[in-house]
Design a protein around this ligand. Structure first.
Ligand code: MD3
Ligand code: FE
Length: 205
């Protein structure tokens, strides 16, 4: 595994491994994600204010991140089917151990699907109990224009996240403001029909 790049984000703790997963591993991971999605279909969450997300979501692991009129939270059941989320694929658990070195495994994996004009506004991830645990993100499919800046506000910068890229957020970067401006169409052939999948591993509790 290549050494992580510390991008000049001014964000200590943002680590980035371009091409951490080569094409064979991307295909293997995609097959595992399809198995997850067969048991826990994508659905469109709503913000607490009642606006639909442009991103479709599902989860795997003991807990899944959900949003609806009651707010943001982690819960053990799919909000539409009422069934438990499927297990986190072993490939992702291995990646977490190898890249974060964290002593405890992730208990939540959010799967985001971006198609067409889907985007995600600038936000912080703060629904987790232990904010000292890292977050690990894996990108598959079309390239994303990812924006990140300091927790306190101020200048942001853009990083293109391509298929197979992995990034980890630890320390001061854990509460960084971040979002997805847009997806660059036709930049990967991994997903038939195009679009982007992002898998985010976290410790929610
Ligand atoms: C920086 N997802 O689900 S992943 C999210 O590509 C989310 O779907 C984006 O932001 C996506 O909450 C970005 C990269 C990422 C994930 C977690 C972070 C960046 C982060 C937590 C803190 C700081
Ligand atoms: Fe986020």
């Amino acid at each position: 595994m290549a050494t992580a790049r510390q991008l000049e984000t001014g964000l200590e703790g943002f680590r980035y491994w371009p091409g951490a997963l080569g094409p064979p591993d991307q295909s293997r991971l995609l097959a595992e994600v399809r198995t997850v999605v067969a048991r826990a279909p994508f659905y469109r969450p709503e913000t607490p204010g009642g606006r639909p997300f442009s991103v479709l979501m599902t989860n795997c692991g003991p807990l899944g991140w959900v949003s609806d009129r009651a707010g943001y939270r982690y819960q053990p059941l799919h909000p539409v089917s009422g069934r438990p989320w499927p297990a986190i694929p072993p490939l992702l658990l291995d990646l977490w151990e190898r890249l974060t070195g964290h002593d405890a495994p992730p208990d939540a994996c959010l799967v985001n699907l971006y198609r067409g004009p889907a985007r995600m506004g600038l936000h912080q991830d703060r629904d987790e109990v232990d904010l000292t645990a890292p977050v690990l993100s894996v990108s598959l499919g079309d390239t994303a224009v990812f924006r990140i800046g300091p927790a306190a506000g101020g200048p942001t910068r853009v990083v293109r996240l391509a298929s197979g890229d992995v990034c980890a957020l630890t320390g001061p970067a854990r509460l960084a403001r971040h979002g997805i401006d847009r997806i660059l169409p036709d930049t990967s052939r991994l997903l038939s029909g195009g679009g982007r999948l992002n898998l985010t591993l976290r410790r929610a509790r």
